[in-house]
Design a protein around this ligand. Structure first.
Ligand SMILES: Cc1cc2nc3c(=O)[nH]c(=O)nc-3n(C[C@H](O)[C@H](O)[C@H](O)COP(=O)(O)OP(=O)(O)OC[C@H]3O[C@@H](n4cnc5c(N)ncnc54)[C@H](O)[C@@H]3O)c2cc1C
Ligand code: SF4
Length: 338
């Protein structure tokens, strides 16, 4: 049985107190639902001596409209609440769908949106017990000197595997952080770094307090497609968010963003460009969707960093791209294997 290493748990009631505790306790880390951090601690991938829990900070829970029409989602809002939120399901369907496909029901009841955004990268050579990793001489991400995915590689290529990240990118989300230095707002695209060891530009003492979404236009359509082996519970083997803003039946804006390839989620600009201006009710639509799916295959190169045969994953990229675009147009819900 894997045991948690010893740590001190602090439970502030305000964000200011939480921010202060992070500065006062060296090596302290934020814990939200703990569904990822505690597993990593059991595996001794990280062993913070102090955890600052956000569980009792009521001000960062829940979904609320802002005066300027944006929607603010508190970082501690549970994924199950986001999946069930009727307003979000209408206004930002891809996000609600992605939240509904994270892990399984119990984990969605504990796991938060903030924790999902800030999820550590994953790799089949690191998300293992300390004993297992030791037998291989560890790896670059923790305690070792080589990478088992890229022979001779000098950079960790563990994969961003957070299902909500590409949907939030497609929706132009902004992230609100608080620390003892004050507040800062970061457009989500600027959060990511191309480094599997640490794929976020985030000082350890900053707390994500909210995720803010601009309103979507009347013709907004969105869908999330998730390739996975088991329908009941699994990290993505490829995840794609599709945004289509229609004017009548014509695509005024398109976004395709994806996850589970490399350290950062990707915005597939060359794919979305192929859909903009196309009338979804015309004969041009089907060839445009096919061209977009083929472009996705060209741009996406799954590696043997996460489970699932990477060549099979690549062949599934155009399939899931096509199905998710179709699901967005028809508002038929998420695309996944059941
Ligand atoms: C069996 C299993 C299956 C899973 N499947 C999926 C899956 O399919 N898709 C998926 O995306 N995830 C999956 N997960 C991972 C996890 O459950 C979710 O990503 C969840 O949303 C993480 O949220 P949390 O609140 O539990 O984060 P935590 O574990 O509490 O934290 C995760 C990280 O974020 C940091 N953090 C959390 N909140 C804040 C904050 N407000 N400010 C600053 N730092 C913060 C923590 O310090 C930690 O580094 C799975 C986990 C398990 C155990
Ligand atoms: S990509 Fe390489 S360095 Fe990174 S976790 Fe996997 S094996 Fe380790």
């Amino acid at each position: 049985m894997l045991r948690l290493p010893k740590f001190e748990l602090l439970e502030p009631r305000t964000i200011e107190e939480a921010a202060r505790l992070l500065v006062e306790h060296e090596g302290a880390r934020v814990v939200a639902g703990g569904t990822d951090l505690l597993v990593n601690m059991k595996h001794e991938i990280e062993t913070p001596p102090v955890l600052v829990s956000l569980e009792r900070v009521a001000e960062i829970q829940g979904v609320r409209p802002m005066a300027d029409g944006r929607i603010q989602i508190g970082a501690m809002t549970r994924l199950s609440a986001i999946a069930a939120d009727e307003r979000l399901r209408r206004s930002h369907p891809a996000l609600a769908q992605a939240a509904s496909l994270v892990a399984g029901p119990q984990l969605r009841d504990m796991g938060t949106l903030g924790g999902n955004v800030l999820l550590d990268t994953r790799c089949q050579w690191i998300n293992q017990s300390h004993f297992w990793r030791q037998s291989l001489g560890f790896c670059l991400k923790k305690d070792g000197t080589k990478c088992h995915v890229v022979e001779g590689g000098s950079k960790c290529v563990a994969a961003a595997s957070n299902d909500t990240a590409p949907t939030l990118m497609s929706l132009d989300a902004q992230l609100r952080f608080v620390s003892t230095r004050g507040e800062r707002i970061v457009p989500i695209d600027e959060l990511w770094l191309a480094d599997g060891i640490r794929n976020k530009s985030l000082p350890h003492d900053e707390i994500l307090v909210a995720i803010e979404l601009p309103p979507t236009p009347a013709g907004h359509r969105g869908a999330y497609g998730k390739l996975r082996e088991r329908g009941s519970i699994d990290f993505p083997l490829w995840g794609v968010a599709v945004r289509l803003d229609l004017e009548g039946t014509k695509v005024a804006r398109a976004e395709l963003c994806c996850v589970a390839l490399q350290a950062r989620p990707l915005r597939l600009k060359k794919c979305s460009e192929l859909l903009v201006g196309v009338d979804t009710a015309s004969n041009e639509w089907r060839p445009a969707v096919e061209a977009c799916a083929a472009m996705a295959r060209k741009l996406c190169h799954p590696m043997p960093n996460i489970p699932g045969d990477h060549e099979w994953r690549r062949e599934m990229v155009p399939v899931y791209a096509r199905r998710t675009i179709e699901a967005a147009v028809s508002s038929s819900g998420p695309v996944h294997h059941v």
